[in-house]
Design a protein around this ligand. Structure first.
Ligand code: WT7
Length: 633
């Protein structure tokens, strides 16, 4: 049964087979129940996990907006993601299928994953790791990245994964902010046929942050790297020590104990370390993954995101493992050595569900359908999209060419802050290309104006969430005031969460995300702050002042446009523009590299001295600059 398009060409309906297969058959009914009794809904979801001790209260709102979930409950996410599966047939099921870019293959059953995680957790403990401390992980996409995360969680440490594409500055800043004493890294990884040199970046970062006492390095590429006596250890050496490493007990945690922090960009130059917990986060990722991706025991699930981002945390690692699923993980670039690399793997491993970003889809679409068409993609049943709005053209290509017209696309809207899906279709829902459909259970979404009034249907407004949910970030590490200011202050009288996106709702109650309303720029789905790029620019000796804005781009969603004022006596030319691009790349990472650097003598500012990025953007696009009354002369 094919997905059918109805007459007015707006809805794509799921086939009977998809509906028959679905875990959830009636969204509207269950949604109304979940809103009428939110605590009841989440208690029922929480009961699907194993608790050492049941919670006393589902949600504690006595210190709003610092909500607490499942207070009094004792749990460890690892007990649910690994330990409990060892008592069933899932023990011998594959937890991870991993393929390296050069084509090497490694697989881990739940039994083997448990063995590796337990061993590494014991090693961490023997190296002095303590419950409640933050351990930084900086790695390529190799299985040890997942093992390291899980081992931290098992022994009660808090992991802070820093994306392997970040530079030493970005890494050093995150290590320093979290005061990590332990760093887990690798010599490098493979990307587009070349070895990256992560350990040398890590070395530089350790020099700058000054807090690291122990660094454990996984040997992946075998390239030479500097290892310091008494500080640096090879992962493989430690794992091969013939110790009695049988069991490492899973630490009993309070539901509200921190599981991880993850840094994300905001409106200031300093990244925010968002804190997620063992209890609520486990309940939320397990529930959303099971229901939205309709996971079945025989499924093979592939989330093509890097674990260094929240998508990888929630839906490469935790959501799938909590559901006992089989995860596909791939190290390298989608088009290496040829643009059929992904489709080859879908065929080879019989992948049933693929979750990726619009940028990746657009990138692969550029090479034409024939690369996908030479592979048997019939194993695919569902597809997913995340990170930025998907344009209908890319949606339709994904649906037709990759999904053969039969796989519903789950366009999931969420954020690092939300922990899991907030607005998303379910497989049974009719779909509209480019819309992320409806609110997930328990959530009430509003599209409101600056005063909190609902805007008219079809009009653009601020996206707010009107209720707490178990997967919500609890705070910003060391900065609770900023947590309030950024997310809760604007609608403090109403108690709503401000997402930072603008959106609209259509006549069928479907949500359409338009984009960020703050100075966050989404490049290829990666989140960057204008201020971060600007501070990287002004750290260059030739630069006096800088402004960075995002400009629309067909492939990457947005590209970075930098406007720069040079210091006295510095000469603007193409060579310097190139140098500045390289500088930003070195400071933050390749994803932050500006596409254009433009020189100017003055930046448009308000009388209070704030850069009017809106004006710069309009000018760069050759558009009307709009209302300039607040512009300083
Ligand atoms: C921002 C959050 C959530 C995992 C990856 C991104 C944008 C995210 C969608 C979507 C349109 C989306 C929003 C949001 N975004 N998903 N399906 N449609 N926009 O997490 O890095 O914290 O970024 O990504 O602008 O605010 P993040």
């Amino acid at each position: 049964m094919e997905t059918t398009v109805n007459n007015n060409d707006t809805f794509y309906y799921p086939s009977k087979e998809i509906v028959r297969h679905a875990n959830i058959k009636n969204y509207e009914e269950l949604y109304s129940q979940s809103i009428a009794d939110r605590e009841g809904f989440w208690a029922a979801e929480a009961k699907k996990l194993d608790w050492y001790k049941k919670w006393d209260k589902v949600v504690d709102d006595s210190k709003k907006p610092f909500y607490k979930w499942f207070t009094g409950g004792k749990i460890n996410i690892i007990h649910n993601a690994i330990d409990r599966h060892l008592k069933s047939a899932t023990r011998n099921k594959l937890a991870i299928i991993w393929e390296g870019e050069p084509g090497d293959l490694r697989t881990f059953s739940y039994h083997v994953l448990n063995r590796e995680v337990s061993k590494f957790a014991n090693i961490l403990k023997s190296m002095g790791a303590r419950k409640g401390e933050v351990i930084t992980i900086y790695m390529p996409q190799i299985p040890e990245l997942v093992i390291a995360m899980l081992a931290c969680a098992k022994m009660g440490a808090i992991h802070s994964v820093v994306y392997g594409g970040f530079s030493y500055e970005a890494l050093a800043e995150r290590i320093a902010d979290s005061q990590s004493r332990i760093l887990i890294t690798a010599d490098g990884g493979f990307r587009r046929g070349k070895a990256t040199h992560l350990k040398s970046i890590a070395n530089e970062a350790m020099k700058r942050s000054g807090t690291i006492e122990v660094c454990i390095t996984v040997k992946r590429t075998g390239e030479d790297c500097y290892m310091e006596n008494d500080r640096d250890f090879w992962y493989q050496d430690l794992m091969n020590i013939p110790l009695e490493c049988k069991d490492c007990g899973t630490e009993i945690m309070d539901a509200e104990d921190a599981l991880f922090i993850l840094y994300t960009s905001g409106t200031t130059g300093k990244p925010k370390g968002l804190v997620h917990t063992h209890g609520g986060y486990a309940v939320y990722t397990a529930s959303t993954f099971r229901n939205v991706f309709d996971i079945k025991p025989e499924d093979r699930w592939w989330c093509a995101a890097d674990p260094g981002w929240v998508t990888g945390h929630s839906y490469l690692v935790y959501g799938p493992l909590l559901n006992g699923a089989t995860i596909m993980m791939y190290e390298g670039a989608p088009n290496h050595p040829y643009p059929n690399r992904w489709w080859q793997m879908v065929e080879k491993y019989g992948i049933n569900i693929l979750y990726t970003s619009p940028t990746a889809i657009r990138g692969l679409m550029r090479f034409g359908a024939s690369w996908a068409q030479r592979h048997d993609l019939r194993s695919l049943r569902l597809l997913g999209s995340v990170g930025e709005p998907i344009n209908p053209e890319a949606w339709k290509w994904y649906h037709e060419v990759i999904g053969r017209g039969k796989c519903p696309i789950m366009d999931t809207w969420w954020q690092t802050e939300t922990g899991g899906f907030m607005i998303t279709p379910l497989p049974i829902m009719p779909l509209k290309p480019g819309s992320c459909a409806k609110a997930y259970f328990g959530n009430e979404v509003g599209i409101v104006d600056d005063h909190g009034n609902e805007v008219k249907q079809g009009e653009e407004g601020n996206l707010v969430i009107k209720n707490p949910w178990p997967g919500m970030a609890r705070t910003i590490l060391h900065d609770p005031e900023r947590y309030i200011e950024k997310y809760w202050e604007k609608y403090s009288d109403k108690g709503w969460y401000l997402a930072g996106d603008s959106a609209r709702i259509d006549e069928d109650g479907y949500y359409w995300i338009i984009g960020r309303i703050d100075d966050v720029i989404k490049v290829s789905g990666y989140r960057l702050g204008s201020a971060e790029i600007e501070s990287a620019l002004v750290s260059h000796p030739a630069v006096a002042e800088a402004a960075a804005v995002g400009l629309p781009d067909d492939l990457r969603g947005n590209i970075i446009h930098a406007t720069v004022i040079l210091k006295e006596g510095k000469v603007a030319n193409d060579k310097l523009a190139e140098e500045l691009k390289n500088h930003v790349e070195n400071e933050i990472g390749p994803i932050a590299r500006p596409s254009h650097v433009e020189f100017t003598d003055a930046l448009p500012k308000t009388r209070s001295g704030k850069i009017m990025r809106r004006v710069i953007k309009a000018r760069a696009l050759g558009l009307d600059t709009g209302d300039l009354t607040s512009l300083e002369e």
